[in-house]
Design a protein around this ligand. Structure first.
Ligand SMILES: [Zn+2]
Length: 88
């Protein structure tokens, strides 16, 4: 944390958007990148790990992670669309 004058304990907990629980465990989502694109044509896929947090009560992804994943997927889609429109 950059600002050492902030005491994090004085602030609200992040809570699960699904059930309201406030304890999370770290998890990993593996994105499957085609081997050809990742520079390893001998493999069908190369796994790219994305760290996420999951609710310990209901297992749901934290809302922050869910939003981040959706935004990143949207950006990737747009980048792909831009690429293909350049080629065409
Ligand atoms: Zn939950």
């Amino acid at each position: 944390m950059d600002n050492i004058n902030i005491n994090p304990y004085g602030y609200e907990d992040l809570t699960c958007a699904e059930c309201g629980h406030n304890v999370f465990v770290p998890g990993i989502i593996f994105k499957k990148i085609p081997g050809m694109l990742a520079g390893d044509a001998t493999r069908k896929f190369v796994l790219f790990p994305v760290k996420v947090a999951c609710c310990t009560k209901c297992g749901a992804l934290s809302a922050e992670d869910k939003e981040e994943l959706e935004q990143q997927a949207e950006m990737a889609k747009k980048a792909e669309a831009a690429k293909s429109s350049i080629i065409v």
